[in-house]
Write a protein that binds this ligand. Structure first.
Ligand SMILES: [Zn+2]
Ligand SMILES: [Zn+2]
Length: 250
């Protein structure tokens, strides 16, 4: 067994597991890699100057506009491949989208053996020379490639770096396209810290507490809310009734 705690969310891992991260984090990383390509057409549009989101920038302009938006160019540009010997996970800042994804694909490929047969049917096992995707070499192709290798990636201790770099990347992208996953507040308080801060986010399987970070599965939330909500509702009705009675007496 590799570790007893998920290296990404620090939740407990099942007793028999060779993974370094839990199933919920695997689901979330997959969702991030599915979401990322959906932003690409928007980014390409934003590359044109003057296509900024409404409400940003002043009306007057003292100089002629730049031929492209450099902040979006930073994300779409060629850039360098991510350096993986990065204990603090901070070298991904500023790395454009495709090089970061391709950097991880190359790193994963380097850890794999390539198995081929020559014309005499002799099996040859040698280190993989690089990552190759039949779908092309754009961000969408590398996202699909990485999704296919996620089961392997989750058995590796560096999965936490990959997760964090891709999550950071997606937040940089969402920041430009202004498309963020929708959050829904839940009515029951957090079973861990009692704060009314439980939220469900689109694409995420777990309900999370924004105050203490505690997380519940859909079934755990259902049981918890069934246990606490009737008493809370009765209390709210009583307080409301008291306030109304005091008001009419005054
Ligand atoms: Zn986890
Ligand atoms: Zn909490």
């Amino acid at each position: 067994m590799a570790t007893t705690r998920c290296t990404v969310c620090h939740g407990a891992l099942p007793d028999v597991s060779d993974a370094y991260a839990c199933e919920a984090c695997a689901h979330r990383l997959r969702a991030l890699l599915l979401e990322l390509p959906r932003h690409m057409p928007l980014l390409a549009e934003l590359l044109q100057p003057g296509s900024g989101l409404p409400g940003r920038g002043g009306a007057g302009r003292a100089h002629s506009p730049m031929p492209v938006r450099l902040d979006v160019m930073d994300l779409l540009g060629p850039g360098h491949v991510v350096v993986l010997e990065d204990p603090h996970g901070d070298q991904s800042a500023g790395v454009p989208i495709t090089p970061l994804l391709y950097g991880w694909a190359r790193y994963i490929a380097a850890g794999h053996a390539s198995v081929t047969r020559d014309r005499h049917s002799t099996v040859r096992v040698q280190p993989c020379e690089g990552a190759y995707s039949r779908r092309g070499s754009d961000a969408a192709a590398w996202c699909q490639w990485l999704i296919a290798y996620l089961p392997y990636a989750f058995t590796q201790p560096w999965i936490v770096d990959m997760y964090q770099q891709i999550e950071d990347l997606l937040w940089r992208v969402r920041d430009k396209t202004d498309r963020r996953p929708r959050k829904t507040s839940r009515s029951a308080p957090c079973p861990e810290c009692d704060a009314f801060a439980l939220v469900t986010t689109d694409g995420e399987p777990l309900t999370a507490c924004e105050a203490c970070g505690h997380r519940l599965t859909a079934e755990e939330y259902r049981q918890h809310s069934e246990a606490v909500l009737p008493a809370l509702t009765a209390l709210a009705v009583r307080i409301h009734g008291q306030a109304a009675a005091e008001q009419s007496a005054a």
